[in-house]
Design a binder for this molecule. Structure first.
Ligand code: BF8
Ligand code: SF4
Length: 633
């Protein structure tokens, strides 16, 4: 199997081979064959009488030592994956809440409050009267409400209630999955899946849905506060892939997820150009991005994203990656080993995310700018130690647009209808120019040729006039592959979709159509897409599960992707996964996820490794919903 479709990644993999440097693909090969019990979800280590395994072929044991059967084991494993994903997204968001809180108390003086309008709009939505109150007071009240979202509330989650449709709210209450606190939903999942508690797979999965709604709320808070502090993204012209690394600059990559670190580094870098020049780098400091925080700074500062997920190690092989600054999540431990073979300085910054082989600089909001400067200086020092013989920058660089926040999508549509911006979108869905909308999210995995599923599915769906939204590594993939521009829309969008994109592009003063894939941000920004769906559903007076909107994680890896997929289902979306999670050991659980969920929530999982079949299944789901709405075209 080819490792990656990305031309720059291919070039660097060649270098890895020549220099006998082991990457994630080699480590994966060394793992094969992977354990069949683990793959199917049929092993359990939830107590010390284990580990227990169930024989999927029916010959060996069919229950664990305590009597847990395949359904219980699989459901419990899934529940814990959702809890881990929820803890991660909401932990990231909690960090932002603390930053805002510190800003209010003058303990984070280097942070801006870029979007006062969004702060006030959010306060209003949450029921806080902000009129005539100064920004710090409104910020304090919003931060307080956000913190309250974490612990056990006596009333339903405010964020959930205020951002979903009335229909969903009623359904969640009826099904007993209403969220009363993010952290408490994680704790409850750990409780119900521990030794001898919940033994009904359906009940465990309902608990998983409740926990996944905690993920949704955590992500929403993350996006809201990032926008308030760092600015709501605006459509930005940007570049991507490893060709954006410069031989004559100090190249520093921000890697991880939270703009609390990366945004400050991107801002401060502008002040450090002279120091870089003095060190012999005429082009100054060149900040680039890896993974989701790369998306964050791409959207807000046009910083080029050079790699993500499975290809995150490869920029080191260019020989010009002077420093990689990491916060948390999706930073492979293998990065430390590869950076040791080069001059690259790997810098960790968060107390919860250290690695023994990296330099740790504790990043504190109180001294954010100073810490950022210290980090950049380490990059400048490392630059001096480059080995010219190892320099090899692949000439692959793409152009595209990023920064399609909900607000920007509404603004772009407003160019066609100022009074009623959603109307052009709805009209074009009704007349069939746009058949439906598909949200692409998730990662890249060693188990699939990098980008292959994304690219195949995007082309298939676009040809059928489906508008695509993308976040996280899906957005990163499309950026690297040069899909976020007018040329790609001209090449791949079906005639109806192209006509709409051209009309909006023209109104926006572009030389061609809008991209057919709208880069909506990082993984936490999936709730931006949900907000668009909720707004359309509310305007039409139907619930989300009636809309021709679908979701896909074609190359997913992380537990975070599992929680996102689960709340997408709970929101009512048919949700494709290209890597089948470890659930196949329980046909009962598979049935709950693919069929029972549809009957109850309208949304359901579509596990399908073949990207063409997956695109057909999603288009089929769109067609089914169009029919349900009485749209026969
Ligand atoms: O949160 S898509 S590999 S970088 S988990 Fe990670 Fe997956 Fe990328 Fe962002 Ni999301
Ligand atoms: Fe085995 Fe049950 Fe313990 Fe799991 S909880 S390890 S199945 S005894």
């Amino acid at each position: 199997m080819q490792k990656s479709m990305d031309k720059a990644a291919q070039a660097m993999l060649q270098v890895a081979e020549e220099q006998n440097i082991k990457t994630v693909w080699d480590r994966y090969q060394a793992q094969l064959p992977q354990c069949g019990f683990g793959e199917t979800g049929l092993c359990c280590r939830h107590c010390l009488q284990g580990p227990c395994r169930i024989d999927p072929f029916g010959e060996g044991p069919q229950v664990g030592t305590c009597g847990a059967n395949a359904d219980v084991m699989v459901a419990r494993g899934l529940g814990r994956a959702i809890a881990a994903g929820t803890a991660s997204h909401s932990g990231h968001a909690k960090h932002l809440v603390h930053t805002l809180h510190k800003w209010v108390h003058h303990e984070a003086p280097d942070y801006p409050i870029e979007d006062e309008g969004k702060l006030r709009a959010l306060a209003n939505r949450l029921g806080v009267s902000e009129k005539d109150k100064p920004v710090p007071q409104v910020a304090a009240e919003v931060a307080e409400l956000a913190l309250q979202e974490y612990s056990e509330r006596l009333t339903p989650s405010l964020w959930l209630e205020k951002f979903i449709t009335p229909g969903r709210k009623a359904l969640y209450e009826k099904m007993g999955v209403m969220l009363y606190g993010i952290d408490s939903s994680v704790a409850e999942m750990m409780h119900r899946t521990t030794y001898g508690v919940d033994q009904d797979p359906l009940n465990i999965i309902l608990g998983g849905i409740k926990c996944a709604l905690g993920d949704y709320v955590g992500m929403h808070i993350g996006t809201d506060l990032s926008d308030i502090i760092f600015g709501t993204p605006k459509v930005t012209a940007t570049r991507a892939n490893m060709g954006a690394l410069k031989k004559d600059a100090v190249n520093i990559a921000v890697h991880g997820h939270n703009p609390v670190l990366s945004d400050i580094v991107a801002r401060v870098a502008k002040e450090m150009n002279d120091e870089a020049r003095a060190a012999g780098a005429p082009a100054g400091v060149n900040i680039v991005g890896i993974c989701c925080t790369g998306n964050e700074v791409m959207m807000r500062h046009g910083v080029p994203l050079v790699a993500n997920a499975v290809s995150q190690e490869l920029p080191i092989l260019t020989g010009v990656m002077d420093a990689i600054v990491a916060d948390y999540q999706c930073i492979m431990p293998g990065m430390a080993d590869i950076s040791e073979s080069f001059h690259t300085k790997l810098i960790t910054t968060m107390s919860i995310a250290k690695t023994t082989k990296a330099t740790h600089i504790q990043f504190e909001e109180s001294t954010a700018k100073e810490s950022a400067k210290q980090i950049i200086r380490l990059g400048i020092e490392a630059f001096k130690k480059r080995d010219p013989a190892k320099i090899n920058i692949p000439k692959v660089e793409t152009q595209g647009l990023a920064g399609f926040s909900t607000e920007q999508i509404v603004a772009a549509l407003g160019l066609l209808n100022k009074e009623d911006p959603l109307k052009p979108l709805i009209d074009n869905i009704v007349n069939g120019n746009i058949q439906g909308v598909a949200l692409f999210a998730g990662c890249n995995t060693v188990k699939i040729t990098q980008d292959y599923n994304y690219m195949t599915m995007a082309k298939e769906l676009a040809k059928n006039n489906v508008l695509l939204l993308a976040t996280g590594c899906a957005a990163a993939c499309f950026a690297r592959e040069g899909m976020l521009n007018s040329d790609a829309a001209n090449e791949y969008a079906g005639p109806g979709l192209k006509a709409v994109l051209t009309a909006v592009g023209k109104a926006a003063g572009l030389n061609g159509p809008l991209p057919f894939i709208l880069h909506m941000g990082s993984c936490v920004d999936n709730t931006r897409a949900a907000d668009v769906a909720v707004a359309v559903a509310n305007k039409l007076g139907v619930d989300i599960d009636k809309l021709p909107v679908v979701a896909s994680a074609p190359e997913e890896v992380t537990e975070k992707a599992v929680s996102i997929g689960t709340w997408a289902v709970a929101l009512g979306l048919p949700t494709h996964v290209g890597v089948v999670p470890p659930v196949t050991g329980s046909p009962a659980v598979v049935k709950i996820l693919t069929e029972t969920a549809k009957a109850v929530f309208g949304g359901y999982f579509i596990p399908e490794p073949d990207p063409v079949k997956a695109a057909n299944a999603l288009f089929g789901a769109i067609k089914e919903r169009r029919k349900g709405l009485g749209l026969s075209n």
